[in-house]
Design a protein around this ligand. Structure first.
Ligand SMILES: [Zn+2]
Ligand SMILES: [Zn+2]
Length: 434
């Protein structure tokens, strides 16, 4: 892999579609890391093409592809697609061979049959044709394309063709080896992580900040010591899929490598960020991952219609910044960031993931930025509603760090402590003081 790194510095044969410009050469110099190596010219490989909107369960379903279209339009109108270091790529649907690294052949065959035509065959045992995962024509191709996008960027980051990778159309964390679940058909995250393992990765860390438990990814790597999964979510006592409690810590070969922080319903910015910082950095520093894969479901936002948390865009953005920083601190910048849930289609998802793209592309969007008039006009015309004005909810993202003390009478603090007690000792960490 280091060989690829050296090649890409000199002539970037894989990445550059055109001869490098003076701006590209300056960018490469600026991207010299503290170790004295040079990272690729490509700061970010970003998966996007309009064909990803074909992952569409129909007009009555909450996971409308409108959210992807509006996100891409906002990224473009903010100028993010035009930066020299941000490379937008399409993906072809993943082959059966790739999909069956994670899913059973019977399941892949059932998905194909379900989506073969408008009159395709449901398979409720495999979760196909339910209220959550209705079948639609082309379901296999659309889902396999998402999986391919996440796998491609994961391998591009691993091989040092790109520093960071983003696929906001991915993050389908509920899909199981032989079952569709929670709007997810193929588990693009697990397909990407499995490709990293097959490429030689020894330690992959996965952090999932979606408001729902990342159960599919957890179950697929439950007993896999080469993968640590950390999921922060609203408690399964009140929210789908009903799992993800602190005591779920992984199989006998990977004890302490499934980590769950189940927040009480209603938690806001300060408590959520306090929990994030009390759990994620210490565990990642102990595990020393070679690459960081993150899932950025933004359904933890106060306006999301499917959950009961009260985060702002600013807290979500703060978590993206923190994960980006951790990837540089621990993994030489190897970071693959994926989308996920998010059902407030206009006010929340586009702004959240435009921030993610900006941060991963090393062109972060200032929270005070006004939304481009072109995007606002489009929203007014297409949806007849007032679009948000700025890239912020006006919050600060402030929180009280754990080391300043905790309150056993506070439900969020009790949840944080339960997670720390369940897994910290397995990593040589102290649940009270680390
Ligand atoms: Zn970076
Ligand atoms: Zn979700």
């Amino acid at each position: 892999m280091d060989g690829a790194l050296g090649d890409s510095f000199l002539i970037a044969p894989v990445v550059a579609r055109k001869p490098p410009t003076a701006a590209d050469l300056i960018l490469r110099l600026l991207q010299a890391t503290w170790r004295g190596y040079f990272v690729p010219v490509e700061a970010l490989r970003l998966v996007w093409d309009e064909s990803f909107t074909e992952y569409d369960f129909g007009p009555a379903h909450p996971m409308s592809p409108v959210r992807l279209d509006l996100t891409a339009r906002l990224c473009r109108d903010l100028g993010l697609f035009s930066h020299a270091g941000i490379h937008v790529v399409d993906a072809d649907p993943a082959s059966d061979e790739i999909l069956t690294t994670v899913h059973t052949p019977e399941y892949v065959a059932a998905v194909k049959e379900a989506g073969a035509a408008a009159w395709g065959t449901p398979n409720e045992l495999m979760g196909l044709g339910t209220d959550d995962v209705p079948i639609f024509e082309g379901m296999h191709e659309a889902s396999a394309r998402v999986a391919s996008g996440s796998r491609d960027v994961a391998l591009a980051v691993w091989n040092r063709e790109a520093l960071h990778g983003v696929n906001f159309t991915g993050g389908l964390h509920h899909a199981k080896p032989a079952q569709a679940s929670g709007f997810c058909v193929y588990n693009d995250i697990a397909v990407g992580i499995q490709a990293l393992l097959d490429a030689g990765a020894k330690r992959v860390a996965y952090v999932d900040v979606d408001v729902h438990h990342g159960d599919g990814v957890e179950v697929i790597f439950w007993d896999e010591p080469r993968v640590m999964t950390i999921s922060l979510h609203e408690t399964g006592q009140v929210l789908f899929p009903g799992t993800g409690f602190a005591h779920e810590i992984g199989g006998s070969k990977a004890m302490g490598e499934s980590v769950n922080l189940a927040f009480p319903a209603g938690v806001g910015d300060a408590a959520w960020l306090r929990g994030f910082h009390a759990v994620v950095p210490a565990l990642l520093r102990a595990y020393r991952p070679e690459i960081l894969v993150t899932q950025h479901g933004c359904d933890s936002h106060a306006l999301d219609p499917l959950a009961h948390m009260a985060l702002s865009l600013d807290a979500q953005r703060a978590s993206y910044e923190a994960l980006h920083d951790l990837s540089h601190e621990l993994c030489d910048g190897r970071w693959v960031a994926l989308g996920g849930g998010g059902y407030e289609l206009v006010d929340v998802v586009p702004r959240a993931w435009a921030h993610l793209v900006g941060i991963a592309g090393h062109h972060p969007v200032e929270p005070s930025t006004r939304l481009p008039q072109t995007w606002r006009d489009y929203v007014m015309e297409a949806f007849g509603r007032q679009p948000p004005a700025r890239m912020t909810d006006g919050r600060t993202g402030d929180y009280k760090p754990w080391h300043l003390g905790h309150d056993t009478g506070d439900a969020a603090d009790r949840a944080i402590m339960a997670t720390r007690k369940a897994v910290f000792p397995l990593h040589g960490l102290d649940p009270w003081f680390d």
